[in-house]
Design a protein around this ligand. Structure first.
Ligand SMILES: *Cc1c(COP(=O)(O)O)cnc(C)c1O
Length: 578
């Protein structure tokens, strides 16, 4: 981690630009990007610039202070703020050309007075309460408020630029009821003589639930950050990319015997001999203390390792298991990020804490450095996730040498192949994939960085399933649906399965799919026929220079692999590859 910082919230600028563009395309109207509370914990300045680049026309914050801080930081875009204390400094607001959400008559008068003192117009957006029972003018106040707004506008002291309301997210019927009340408010405002440009009701949830609620502008927060406002729809379901990756590193390693007490209170005892890794993030940094023992994992070298023992103010402990021998001090750890890159999503913490993703990201502490990452720099980080291998076109024609047949005394039939580089591993996967049909099982065994993911990716490509095939991560098993007539691919990370029972619990249609299980040896004993692919790195390749960045990535050093393909059972009696 080249910045030297032990705790980093890496913010993807391209993700934020993409998300805003996606929202614009989806609604066809104006987008107000809500960046209150330090951009939902992402860093308000970083998000402000990225959102504007993505096409947001305005920024929204709660407080005047937040808006003024953005101005101080040089953000010149229109900014709307809507919650004001009794002594709000509207002089500063007018001076900074902020748009003020006005909820009652006294506020309107105070703002108009400030405008008078400054000798310029204040920009008003009326905030009306249509059923949330919070901030915003109640319907009974609308006639007087709007009439006074029209009057001040005709005097040149304010410009009524918008009208907005906020939904209670209390169901479809309630949304429509609030929308009808909002229609009434807009009508009343126009009848009073105002002509608002921006009419907005929808926040993130309504933006993705009903076009009826879009009006000509949406006022969105959580989706800008690539997170889903729905419990049952993922970021990817909405076409969004999570922008925050919470990163740390391993700062200490300890090999311990079974029964070792871990952290305060010893509420975790190691089950077997294992390696513990110390990660310098704790509840001061927004990692909920109550995650303790809940089953959350962190990503280390493309694998998911459980957080064990009580979480401290500054640090937590992960059980690296057999991975421990491969991990070095300084190796990167991802606590959450975009699951499409193979790391756990923030929703794991949110679910375990019975809260929403919003609360987790906004709670990331001030000690965590926010680092914006753009396409063209700063290049301080290796690319997140397992995009480890250069893409190889199916016609790349990489030669895989013919297997050397080893005649065992009966089953299994073992074919041994020397694989020169990641491209050849990918090609071997394609070759294997072409032999597979629904009901087939492939077990991949081999150390980190051996190329298991490259092999799985090749299998997926040959089967013609929807990608990307990456190491399965926060899910124990990932199903890749077929793009054509073939079977789906189910990719299982058995490393994290407690036993075959846990796989049964997932209720997958294993017989209707090709199953590729990493580390699955011994789990599928009842399967009649299966293929076990064992990848061995050459001896002597695990020396100090050999970082563990994940399957394939570690090995751009292009070291040869010894691969054994063993066909077990009647289906593979005459070999797998021949
Ligand atoms: C926070 C907030 C939003 C954004 O909500 P999301 O659900 O994050 O889109 C919009 N409007 C108001 C008034 C808010 O307070």
């Amino acid at each position: 981690m080249k910045t030297g910082s032990m705790r980093i919230a890496e913010i993807s600028v391209p993700a934020i630009r993409h998300n805003v563009r996606r929202i614009r395309e989806h609604t066809g109207g104006t987008v107000i990007a809500v960046i209150k509370a330090n951009g939902y914990g992402h860093g308000a300045e970083i998000v402000a610039r990225a959102a504007i680049e993505g096409g947001a026309a305005l920024l929204g914050v709660t407080d005047l202070e937040e808006a003024l801080a953005l101005r101080d930081a040089g953000i010149e875009a229109p900014i709307l703020c809507w919650l004001h204390g009794a002594a709000a400094d509207f002089d500063a607001a007018v001076e900074a050309d902020l748009e003020i959400g006005v909820s009652h008559l006294a506020q309107l008068e105070a703002l108009a007075a400030a405008a008078g003192r400054a000798g310029r117009r204040a920009i008003v957006q009326f905030k009306v309460d249509t059923g949330l029972s919070r901030n915003g003018a109640a319907p009974a106040e609308w006639p007087a408020l709007f009439a006074r707004g029209a009057e001040l506008e005709s005097e040149g002291r304010v410009r009524v630029r918008g009208v907005f309301s906020h939904l209670a997210n209390a169901g479809e019927d309630n949304d429509l009821e609030q929308a009808r009340r909002f229609d009434g408010a807009v009508e009343l405002l126009r009848a009073a003589g105002c002509d608002p440009d921006l009419i907005h009701l929808a926040a993130s949830a309504a933006t993705f639930s009903s076009a009826r609620l879009h009006y000509n502008t949406v006022r969105v927060g959580v989706v800008v950050y690539g997170l889903s406002p729905f419990a049952d729809r993922t970021s990817a379901d909405l076409g969004l990319i999570p922008a925050m990756t919470l990163r740390s590193q391993i700062v200490a390693l300890r090999d311990v015997p079974p029964g070792t007490g871990v952290s305060y209170g010893y509420n975790h005892l190691t089950q077997g001999e294992t390696t513990l890794g110390l990660v310098p993030i704790g509840y001061a940094d927004g990692m909920p203390r109550a995650l303790n023992g809940g089953g959350a994992t962190v990503s280390v070298a493309e694998h998911h390792c459980p957080i064990v023992g009580r979480i401290g103010m500054d640090q937590c402990i992960v059980d690296l298991g057999s991975l421990g021998r491969k991990v070095r001090i300084g190796d990167p750890v991802v606590l959450f990020g975009d699951p499409a890159t193979g790391v756990p999503p923030v929703e794991v913490w949110a679910e375990l804490m019975r809260t929403i993703n919003y609360e987790i990201v906004v709670g990331i502490g001030s000690r965590v450095r926010r680092v914006a990452v753009d396409d063209d720099g700063p290049g301080a980080f290796p690319p997140a996730g397992p995009a480890a291998l250069p893409p190889t076109g199916s016609g790349s024609g990489v030669a895989v040498p013919p297997p050397e047949r080893v005649e065992g005394d009966g089953a299994p039939r073992i074919e041994r192949i020397e694989i020169a580089d990641p491209e050849s591993m990918h090609e071997l996967g394609r070759r294997l994939g072409r032999r597979l049909a629904a009901g087939d099982l492939v077990i991949l065994t081999g150390p980190l960085g051996a190329g298991k993911t490259a092999l799985a990716r090749g299998i997926g490509e040959a089967l013609g399933v929807r990608g990307p095939v990456t190491s399965p991560t926060f899910v124990l098993a990932r199903t890749h649906p077929p793009l054509g007539d073939g079977p789906p691919l189910i990719h299982v990370d058995a490393y994290r399965l407690a036993g075959a029972g846990e796989l049964d619990d997932l209720d997958l249609d294993l017989d209707g799919a090709v199953v590729v299980a990493e580390w699955g040896s011994g789990l599928f004993d009842e399967h009649g026929s299966w293929i076990e692919v064992t990848i061995e790195r050459p001896t002597g390749s695990t020396g100090p220079g050999d970082t563990v960045d994940g399957d394939g990535l570690a090995d751009e050093s292009v070291e040869p692999r010894a691969v054994a393909v063993a066909g077990h059972g009647p289906r593979w009696r005459s070999g797998v590859l021949t």
